[in-house]
Design a binder for this molecule. Structure first.
Ligand code: NAD
Length: 271
């Protein structure tokens, strides 16, 4: 699986984004830019990734990013191009958990706005800026030994959720946000297809990260037993399992996949 290029990772200070940074480093990526609201956490990830990097020329850089802020996103993407000359992979993991568990008739508008700002405005701004950067960079062959697979300008992966397809009660703020993430991903895939830029999203169920732990504190019926009850495989996922799928979607192994929602749910949504 070829992932020798340069990766832009939002939310790389924790959870799934951090697991992606570590795995890119292990697999021989040339460089990563870890962009996070929490710069200290991003710097910690950069040191840990550098320690496990298999490419001797590997570079891990960091930048402060608020994905909900247009200027901040433009700055982070410019920084990526300035540092590495191009963006081969973009994995957008920045996000915030729900803070309440209420039916739509009683849902908080300020919280709804916060979730939409971070998840929807964030995904729109990151997908827009990265699509523009990829559009203006030189294409490379997907696989020089297989010209029939064409060229690539890059691959974009957004973190959606199983709630992009199913709609658990009392989470309108998160369900709406993740449906929108899927809509942005599919639209960008259609538009970017002719340019050789692929855009996909990942739809996980519960994944063991700090977001899962924080969510458990605010959703009264959610605990370690009830979380896994609807999952045939009987467990939550790991951040590394999501990172492995994200990197598959970045790599040439998924070169004919675009606009796809890759469900990672231990069988939850087939029931
Ligand atoms: N953990 C799960 O159960 C789960 C399930 C489905 C989908 N997801 C999605 O996966 C993504 C990653 O979640 P995670 O579990 O790794 O979360 P996490 O809380 O472990 O990490 C989120 C990271 O995003 C950063 N962040 C928050 N707001 C930001 C902002 N405005 N700008 C930039 N960075 C910001 C945080 O500082 C943190 O480093 C999110 O989009 C989440 O909704 C998570």
């Amino acid at each position: 699986m070829d992932t020798k290029g340069y990766a832009f990772i939002t939310g790389g200070g924790s959870g799934i984004g951090k697991a992606c940074a570590m795995l890119f480093a292990e697999l021989g990526t040339s460089g990563i830019l870890i962009a996070d609201l929490n710069l200290e956490a991003a710097q910690e990830t950069a040191s840990e990734a550098t320690a496990v990097a298999s490419n001797p020329n590997f570079r891990a850089e960091t930048v402060h990013l608020d994905v909900s802020d247009e200027e901040s996103v433009a700055n982070a993407v410019q920084q990526m191009v300035k540092l590495f000359g191009r963006i081969d992979y973009s994995v957008h993991c920045a996000g915030i958990p729900v803070r309440s568990y209420e039916p739509v008739s009683n849902a908080s508008f300020p919280e709804f706005q916060d979730l939409i700002r971070v998840h929807v405005h964030g995904t729109f701004l990151v997908t827009r800026a990265v699509s523009a950067a990829m559009k203006s960079q030189e294409p490379v062959p997907v696989d020089s030994s297989s010209p029939d697979r064409g060229i690539t300008r890059g691959s974009i992966v957004n973190l959606a959720s199983v709630t992009a397809d199913i709609t658990p009660a009392n989470m309108v703020q998160y369900n709406a946000a993740k449906h929108a993430v899927q809509g942005i991903t599919k639209t960008a895939a259609v538009e970017n297809g002719p340019l050789g830029t692929r855009v996909n999203c990942i739809c996980p169920t519960w994944i063991e990260t700090s977001m899962y732990r924080q969510t458990m504190e605010v959703i009264p019926p959610l605990n370690e037993q009830t979380a896994v009850a609807p999952i045939p495989m009987g467990r939550v996922g790991t951040a590394k399992e999501v990172a492995q799928s994200a990197i598959f979607l970045c790599s040439s192994w998924s070169s004919f996949m675009t606009g796809h929602s890759l469900v990672l749910d231990g069988g939850m949504t087939i029931m």
